[in-house]
Each structure stands twice: as C-alpha cells, then as structure tokens.
Design a protein. Structure first.
Length: 320
C-alpha cells in the first residue's frame, strides 16, 4: 500500500510539473500594461528575417496597437517597434494584423477596434517592416447584406487561384454569432477600397460544432496542391477558444477536416489552460510548418504567444 501511495504521489507530481512547463517560444509584451500581454500573431519572412506582428492592449494613454518583433529562429523574438493608433478611423485602436509580402513590400491588413459593428479592415504598406504608410482609402472593406451586421475583423489575405482572397470575421445581425466571410481582388490590386468585391452574400464558415460555440474567427490560410487550408479559432476568448482546420477547392466552399480541435486548450494548471486561440499557420524557409497561437491561464489577464510544429499526414494536418 505504501508503495502504491508513493507511486500515485509521484505520478501526480509529474503531471503537475508537465502542466507547469512553459513552451520553448513564450513571448509577450509588457510595454503597455506592465504585465505580459500579446495577442493575434502573424508571421512572415521579409528582408532575411522572420517578422511577427501582434496586438498590444490599450492603456490610459492610447488604444490598442500593433507590436513588431523579429527573429532568426522563430522561437526567440525581439521587439523592434510598434504601430500606434492614428487619427480618425484608428483613434480608438487597431489590432489583429494580417500580412503578406509582395516583391520588396510588406502589406499589412488590420482592423479598427472599439467601434463595435463599425469596425472594419484597413491596409498599410512598408518597405522596412517598421514604418508603414496607410492606404488613403481606409477602411478598405466591410461586408454588406442581411446576413451580417457590417463589421469586419481578423483580416487574412492569401493568394489563391490567380487572385487574392480576404477572409474576415463578422457578426450576425443579432450581434451574437461570429462567422467567416470572404472578399476577393486581382493579383495586380493596390488593395484600395474600390478593388475589393464581396465574393458571396453569406457566411462561408459559421459555428456548428459544440466546441466552436457561437464563434469562428481568426482565419489563417495556406495553399497545398489544389486546396486552400484554413486554421481558425472556435469559441470566443477563454470559453475556451480552440483551433480547428478546414479546406476548400475554390476558397468559397469549406469542409472541416475533423469534428475535434486541431489544437485544444491545455490541461488545468498549464500555461494555456484558458485557451489556445487566434492561430497563424506559417511555413519557414526550410519548408517546416508552424502553428502560431495565443494562450493564457488566467482568463485573459495575461496573454502569451507560442507555436507548435505541424506536419502533413496524408491530406491532414497534425500537431507534432
């Protein structure tokens, strides 16, 4: 009996230690609140470095903004700048960046914040990754139709089938259900407001599985063969939010790859017990796939960014 009790105690202790372990990448930004909080990661390769754009919270001096960090190994990151709110449409804040690199220019797509149903997608560009020029037609996109309240957040732009697809999250007219919509523009587009066309007059992916609750948001896409794959967040922040995956042949009609999350929140006591959320799928220069995401274990008082490596198993994504 004594041996059994000792063994049980040892197993419990091992479980606690594993739960308390921090991942290799464990990045946050304390510059705004004095406590670590970074959300909504987006990673690109630009100017021979990896760049990560992420949301930083409001304080008593300014609204939400976008932090900028660089890395050579995708695990150790150094903050190199930030994009604070501008005048007018950005005055209350900006966040949730998406990004693509086209030739020698980095294009950033982001949302205004703090305007409820009036929040919309904006665009800016940079040739050095730090200093950005706003598109003079901002905001460049918000959806229309009787299926949406008109809000657009969580921009993701991806090149697929000879055009750019802009995925965004919006709410239904009751402002309860968050879902995905899509717009398109040409490969030669300057991304101004009049170049975008709403591709369908309805949601292209809305919550239907139990773990997705009332929210699908934060789409991030990668092309493989004839398919476009999307990782997405299901559930609102800390419900918990978890990460799923779907795929499409045309960018408009989507099928889920599983009824279960690709990456769930962590167990009790772990760094991401409250959620694994707002994903970004990224392929490095060597072809290795990464899933960047946000997590916390205190219902959002703090937020950290981390990553998991992915691989293909047939036509499915699996976490290593």
């Amino acid at each position: 009996m004594r041996k059994l009790l000792l063994l049980a105690g040892f197993c419990w202790l091992c479980g606690v230690v594993r739960a308390q372990q921090k991942p290799a990448m464990y990045f946050a930004d304390s510059s705004r609140l004095g406590r670590p909080l970074a959300k909504d990661p987006k990673v690109v390769f630009f100017k021979n470095s990896y760049w990560m754009y992420y949301s930083i919270p409001a304080n008593d001096k300014m609204g939400w903004g976008i932090g900028i960090a660089t890395s050579q190994d995708l695990t150790n990151w150094k903050k190199v700048g930030e994009i604070p709110p501008g005048e007018g449409y950005e005055q209350k804040g900006l966040c949730a960046p998406g990004a693509i690199v086209r030739k020698d220019t980095l294009h950033l797509f982001y949302q205004t914040y703090g305007n409820a149903k009036l929040d919309a997608i904006c665009h800016a560009w940079s040739v050095d990754g730090i200093h950005f020029t706003r598109n003079p037609t901002n905001p460049i996109f918000r959806p229309t139709g009787n299926w949406t309240v008109g809000r657009a957040i969580d921009a993701e732009v991806v090149q697929f089938r000879d055009q750019y697809f802009l995925y965004f999250a919006t709410r239904d007219t009751a402002y309860k259900v968050q879902m995905q919509g899509v717009a398109v523009t040409s490969l030669g587009s300057d991304f101004s407001r009049d170049t975008w066309r709403q591709a369908v007059d309805s949601s292209i992916l809305k919550p239907q599985l139990g773990w997705e609750k009332n929210c699908i948001e934060a789409a991030s896409c990668i092309v493989r063969g004839k398919y476009l794959y999307m990782v997405y967040a299901g559930g609102y922040n800390n419900e918990p939010q978890q990460i799923g995956v779907a795929r499409s042949r045309d960018g408009l009609r989507w099928e889920r790859m599983s009824n279960e999350p690709l990456l769930p929140n962590g167990p009790a006591g772990s760094w991401n017990a409250s959620e694994s959320g707002h994903p970004d799928i990224f392929q490095d220069q060597q072809g290795q796939l990464y899933l960047f995401y946000q997590g916390n274990n205190d219902k959002g008082r703090t937020w950290f960014l981390s990553h998991q490596r992915l691989r293909w198993k047939g036509n499915k994504l699996v976490v290593l």
